[in-house]
Structure formats: C-alpha cells, structure tokens
Ligand binder design. Structure first.
Ligand SMILES: C[S@@+](CC[C@H](N)C(=O)[O-])C[C@H]1O[C@@H](n2cnc3c(N)ncnc32)[C@H](O)[C@@H]1O
Length: 283
C-alpha cells in the first residue's frame, strides 16, 4: 500500500527508488558522510513510482523534461544543466524550485518603478551561500543576475554533479564558482564559512523531517541580521513541511511571494518563493 501523504510531483526526472540521503542527526555524518545513508520508506517510493509516471501540471509551460540536459535562459545567457539519471542522490537532479527562484529574480532584477523587490534583490556587493545546491542551478542563475560573491554547498556525494555543471557552464559564468562540502548539522563546517551572509539560498531542500531542525538552524546561523533567505519551496512531505514552517516562524519573518509575481513561464502552481528575514536581531 502506498502512503497517501507525500507529494513529490515536480521533479524533472524519474528518481531512483533507493535514494541515498544524509542522516542529519547522526554524529557520524560530519566526519564520515559515506556512512550516512537512509532509505526512503516504502510509501514514499510508491508515491515516487506512481507520480513520476503521470503528467505533471505546468510541465509544458515550464519546459520540464526528462532529458539529461535542461537549458535555462537567464537574461542573455543560457545555462546548460546536466542531470545524472543514474545517480542515487537527489542532488544530481534539477528540481523545479531552483528554476522558479532564478526566473523570479530575473523578472524583478532590473531596477524599475514600482518594483517591490528592488531592495531585496539588490545583489550589488552582497555575499551569499547556497545550501543543498545540487546541480548548482539556483546559484549559477543568481550569479548571472549579479550575485557574484557566492558559495555553493552540498554533501560530498553530490560534488561531482555540481563540479560537472560548473565546468560545463564556465564559458557562460566566466569563472569557476566557489563550492564547498557542507552538512547542515555540522557546526564546524558552518563556522568555517565565516558567516554571516547577506543571502542564504535554498531550493527544494525540505523533505526529510529529521534534517529540518539543522536546516533551519543553519539558515539562522548563516544569514545576517539584515539578510534574506531566498527559498524556493514545494511541499514534499507533510511532516517535514509542518516542522519546517513551525521552526521558521520562531526565527524568521516569513513573506510568501504572490504567485502572480513569479515569472509567468515559471509559475508552477505547487512551487513558491519565500523571503525569510530574521526576527531576533542582535544589533
Ligand atoms: C531535492 S535536492 C534539491 C537540489 C537543488 N537545490 C535543486 O533545487 O535542484 C535537495 C538537496 O539538499 C541536499 N541535502 C539534503 N540534506 C542535506 C544535509 N543534511 N546537509 C546538506 N545538504 C543536504 C541534497 O544533497 C540535495 O542536493
């Protein structure tokens, strides 16, 4: 029997059924990531199997594809995003929230009258870190939009996919973007990044309840008092969803971008952009 309560529509390609994902509460994780794998429960695998063979609403307009290569136009450039269809790690897939966030920022990037996001998307001279970057889509896209002091992070097994994408897109980016291994539950790794950052970027990273506390804690530690978490979000698992928003409400002012403010070609009905700003400022 498939469990009814996990929503996984929206990934761009079929995921393998045994997904190796980090166990955030394991103290081994920080030092020995190779030992940190958990299996998705059977009900999630069932949902994955059934959902991924059915049409996904909005896919056409968002140009979703099962192709190993996805193209994303950002201003005058076109990123080439390479998915690893044989991988056991979710980070080697391009997930839709990353595209939605980049195209939202592209839409509101240029200064204009009546631009409600002019201040929040002012990337000039700002410092940013991305959590769970996967193939690096959000980071590379926002880099092209002017967020140039940027560090992309993920778990060690995802680094080859990230590096491949950075290399393929180097002619467009004109440099190799900085990247680093970061497990959200590793305070030493977080401290080594020398926070705070003006922006923390995260897209489609809320799906494992056990990792939610360390994710929210990492966001809080990494973002500056006046900074912003740019979050591309889609509900994947209700338990993770509820815990994530409960913890976020404690720490952040949460602003949901109205759907009509998303890019019209990338306004997938189940995908949202949130702007999170710290509640408890130390200064
Ligand atoms: C669903 S993928 C999204 C990837 C990418 N952000 C995108 O939107 O295409 C979730 C990402 O979060 C990363 N991740 C999950 N748990 C993590 C943890 N505890 N520490 C660091 N990264 C983690 C995964 O490795 C993966 O790259």
């Amino acid at each position: 029997m498939c469990g009814p309560s996990v929503y996984i529509s929206g990934p761009i390609r079929v995921r393998p059924m045994n997904l190796n994902i980090p166990e955030p509460n394991s103290s081994l994780l920080a030092h020995n990531p190779k030992q940190t794998t958990i299996q998705h429960p059977p009900h999630l695998r069932c949902v994955l199997e059934s959902k991924l063979h059915s049409p996904v609403r909005g896919r056409e307009s968002m140009k979703f594809t099962d192709s190993p290569v996805i193209e994303l136009a950002v201003n005058d450039a076109v990123l080439s995003l390479q998915q690893d269809n044989g991988s056991m790690h979710v980070g080697t897939t391009v997930w839709p929230c990353s595209l939605v966030l980049v195209k939202f920022a592209e839409r509101w990037g240029p200064p204009s009258d009546n631009n409600p996001y002019a201040r929040v998307l002012d990337f000039q001279g700002k410092r940013a870190v991305e959590l769970g970057t996967g193939c690096g889509v959000a980071g590379m896209g926002l880099y092209l939009l002017g967020l140039t002091d940027l560090l992309l992070t993920d778990i060690a097994p995802v680094m080859p996919a990230l590096k491949r994408n950075l290399k393929v897109n180097k002619p467009i980016l004109r440099k190799s973007l900085k990247h680093s291994v970061l497990y959200w539950n590793n305070p030493q790794q977080i401290a080594a990044l020398n926070p705070p950052f003006d922006f923390v970027i995260a897209t489609d990273v809320v799906y494992i309840p056990e990792s939610v506390p360390s994710l929210v804690s990492a966001m809080e530690t990494l973002v500056s008092d006046d900074g912003v978490v740019l979050l591309g979000y889609q509900l994947r698992a209700p338990e993770a969803h509820e815990l994530f928003w409960e913890l976020c409400q404690q720490v952040f002012h949460v602003e949901k971008v109205p759907h009509e403010h998303l890019h019209p070609d990338y306004a997938y009905e189940e995908t949202d952009v949130y702007l999170l700003k710290k509640k408890n400022k130390k200064q």
